[in-house]
Write a new protein. Structure first.
Length: 51
């Protein structure tokens, strides 16, 4: 289940402070094909890891 963006496409990484600065939200936007609905449970634990 590769995530593929074309060569020379744009990938934007943004960070935001939340919870009065106690948490950081990181978002990634790209021009790839995106995740298939059935792949979301596979990536979810990694992408939403909280400590």
């Amino acid at each position: 289940m590769p995530i593929i963006s074309e060569e020379n496409s744009t990938v934007t990484v943004s960070t935001y402070l939340e919870g009065n600065g106690s948490r950081i939200r990181i978002t990634v936007k790209d021009e790839g094909t995106g995740l298939q609905k059935e792949d979301i449970p596979t990536y979810s634990p990694v992408l939403s890891r909280q400590t």
